[in-house]
Design a protein around this ligand. Structure first.
Ligand code: SAM
Length: 215
């Protein structure tokens, strides 16, 4: 993601603490209180400009969504969409995925979406990939038993790496498409990157995996 300097982003985010939750640690184990219901919580890591998570929240009012994005200059575009649509079932967090455990209690999340995650193609950067083993361990901590990861990318190398990483970790593959846009998958909501890469003729890969039941 090319980052544009937006010095005003921090101030704008601070002006909407009801949408981009400030001090999200205070809600660890209590997100259902914030949403005022017991609906399942699905999170997207690396939400970017928010088209996917906003579309999902509109389409599925009985799911609570939390979009997580590292950069202020990017999440501010997701904030604009949330201000426009004022969705009660969508909130945003401006945090690093490495800190998920500070924000969610064990078993608080039912599903994690990873969409067009940065591929970090160099072997020496493997640990930064959001499907690297240490991230899978982290996700397991916050997910319910048999919690799911849904992953999309146009990057064949990252997709193949991730399938191997999931499999080595013991995750169960429940869906795979090697060409999502020419498959019979229903209800796909496109991300900003997906629109851009699909328009360039790139194939979109998608899979769903779930953690095995705890013994
Ligand atoms: N998902 C969006 C899409 O498909 O249009 C954005 C894809 S972009 C390639 C990846 C996004 O993940 C960037 O906005 C980046 O800032 C964010 N990101 C990368 N590592 C992250 C991390 N550790 N925690 C939170 N966000 C992260």
């Amino acid at each position: 993601m090319r980052l544009r300097n937006k010095p005003w982003a921090k101030e704008k985010i601070a002006a909407y603490p009801q949408y981009v939750i400030s001090n999200p640690e205070q809600y660890k184990g209590r997100w259902r209180e914030l949403f005022r219901n017991d609906n399942p919580i699905h999170i997207e890591i690396g939400t970017g400009k928010g088209q996917f998570i906003t579309g999902m929240a509109k389409a599925n009012p009985h799911i609570n969504y939390i979009g997580i994005e590292l950069y202020e200059s990017v999440i501010v575009s997701a904030l604009d969409k949330l201000i426009e649509h004022d969705l009660p079932n969508l909130r945003l967090l401006n945090i690093n995925a490495k800190d998920l455990m500070n924000v969610f209690a064990a078993g608080e999340v039912e599903r994690i979406y990873l969409n067009f995650s940065d591929p970090w193609p160099k072997k020496r950067h493997e640990k930064r990939r959001l499907t690297y083993r240490s991230f899978l361990e982290l996700y397991e901590q916050i997910l319910v038993e048999e919690g799911e990861i849904h992953f999309k990318t146009d990057n064949q190398g990252l997709f193949e790496y991730s399938l191997v990483s999931f499999s080595q970790y013991g995750l169960v593959l429940t869906y795979v498409s090697l060409d999502l846009h020419r498959s019979n998958f229903v209800g796909n909501i496109m991300t900003e990157y997906e629109e851009k890469f699909a328009a360039q003729g790139n194939r979109i890969y998608r899979c769903e995996v779930k953690y095995p039941p705890k013994k």
